[in-house]
Write a protein that binds this ligand. Structure first.
Ligand SMILES: Cc1cc2nc3c(=O)[nH]c(=O)nc-3n(C[C@H](O)[C@H](O)[C@H](O)COP(=O)(O)OP(=O)(O)OC[C@H]3O[C@@H](n4cnc5c(N)ncnc54)[C@H](O)[C@@H]3O)c2cc1C
Length: 384
């Protein structure tokens, strides 16, 4: 299965690949060592047209299909999973504003997002609510003309530099998930402060951090999902997110296999090269088969998301398989390279950390299994 692209989509993908090879690959390790998010690279990618990938042309964007986003995420992740994830999250908010916000809001915020002057993020997670998203306590209270929001968000991609945030908040704690609504927050306004970015094991280019909201007023016009729809909107967008995380795992792992194969072909041992040993060749061949299998699941999920059919299960299978696959196969690639695989000049340590990240973001691997098990057991119950 391949995701066929139009000529203009192919050109956009080529532009993204060029940016990745020239602006991302040579710098990714430095970003990690400097423990910082490369805001200049996000701006460059935005100016190259990537921020507006899902924004329609009449609003200044490219109007690309979901398959193009998934392919771009996959290609950039070959060079830096963390940067790819950050860019895709920025792109995602621009697309959401174009799709769901009133025209005056879209016209106000999209130009600065497409120029990379305002970076976007999406905030569900809180210090005390991760997998159990319905348990969020950030509270939105209705007042004249808008809402007053209090609470804290944690583990938010791009929070180190983001100015615009799609924030999920509870409007009625007694209503549980039915009370969750979604707001577009401008973090430059009063009552929003940034929590210093988190120091984590790898993946600093993601710019993970948080925000505190203290009596922050947001006008009615920036409530983009009404109570009840907020939870459903989050669940729908998370299917797309799980899907591109799966394609990113494929890109990152395949790049590591290519590196290990090339290293093994050059590394001399016992009168030949280590690539001559069948056990080692087969290890990489198995890794490649795993990538192919993960990619099939991922592309199937891409088509489900793009066609608007129920993508919950395809996305859950794809993300679970791809994140586990990256976890396992990246360490095999490192093993093939012997001690050299640990060296700074190779990206494997960074990639292994990012494979761990892939097992948490947009729902952990266990949560994907919960989705799959729920469907499995309800199907079997109905049969009885
Ligand atoms: C780099 C990075 C970027 C992120 N970016 C964002 C972002 O942009 N926006 C955002 O809102 N969030 C973001 N997150 C947060 C991410 O979505 C959460 O980490 C994730 O939802 C899991 O929550 P948690 O880490 O609090 O784990 P917990 O919910 O505390 O879970 C801990 C462990 O318990 C397991 N567990 C929990 N519930 C169940 C269950 N029902 N059955 C079986 N096992 C269970 C989990 O799988 C996990 O292994 C990011 C996280 C990281 C690491």
């Amino acid at each position: 299965m391949d995701l066929l692209l139009t000529r203009t989509e192919e050109d956009m993908l080529a532009r993204a690949v060029e940016l990745a090879r020239n602006e991302v690959a040579p710098k990714a390790q430095n970003w990690e060592e400097e423990r910082r998010q490369p805001i200049e690279a996000l701006r460059a990618a935005s100016l190259a047209g990537l921020a507006g990938l899902e924004v329609p042309e009449h609003l200044g964007g490219f109007g690309g299909r979901f398959r193009l986003k998934a392919r771009i995420a996959e290609e950039i992740a070959r060079d830096c999973f963390a940067f790819s994830f950050s860019l895709i999250n920025h792109m995602g908010l621009a697309g959401k504003i174009a799709r769901d916000a009133p025209t005056e809001i879209a016209e106000k915020y999209l130009p600065e997002m497409l120029a990379g002057e305002a970076i976007g993020c999406t905030a569900l997670t809180e210090p005390d609510a991760g997998s159990d998203f319905a348990a969020i306590t950030t509270l939105a209270k209705k007042v004249d003309g808008g809402w007053v929001i209090n609470g804290e968000k944690a583990w938010i991609t791009n929070a180190a530099n983001a100015n615009l945030m799609f924030l999920y908040a509870q409007t009625d704690p007694a209503a549980g998930w039915r009370g969750v609504a979604g707001f577009l927050i401008d973090a430059r306004e009063d009552g929003v402060s940034r929590v210093p970015p988190f120091e984590i094991m790898g993946g600093h280019a993601i710019g993970t951090g948080g925000f505190k909201l203290e009596d922050h007023f947001v006008p009615d016009i920036r409530m983009m999902s009404v109570p009840g729809d907020g939870f459903k909107a989050a669940m729908n967008s998370v299917n797309a997110a799980r899907t591109y995380v799966a394609t990113m795992c494929c890109g990152m792992t395949e790049a590591a296999i290519d590196l290990a194969a090339s290293y093994a072909s050059e590394r001399a041992a016992f009168g030949g090269h280590i690539a001559d040993f069948q056990g080692l060749r087969w290890r990489l061949a198995d890794a490649q088969t795993e990538v192919e299998a993960a990619r099939l699941l991922a592309y199937r999920a891409v088509l489900a998301v793009e066609n608007g059919t129920n993508a919950e299960l395809p996305a859950a299978h794809a993300k679970k398989y791809a994140a586990r696959m990256a976890d396992e196969q990246l360490s095999h690639c490192m093993q093939v390279m012997g001690a050299a695989g640990l060296r700074r000049e190779y990206p494997l340590g960074r990639q292994i950390a990012c494979a761990r990240i892939a097992n948490y973001v947009d729902g952990t691997t266990e949560i994907q299994n919960e989705r799959i098990a729920r469907a499995l057991f309800s199907k079997n119950k109905k049969k009885k």
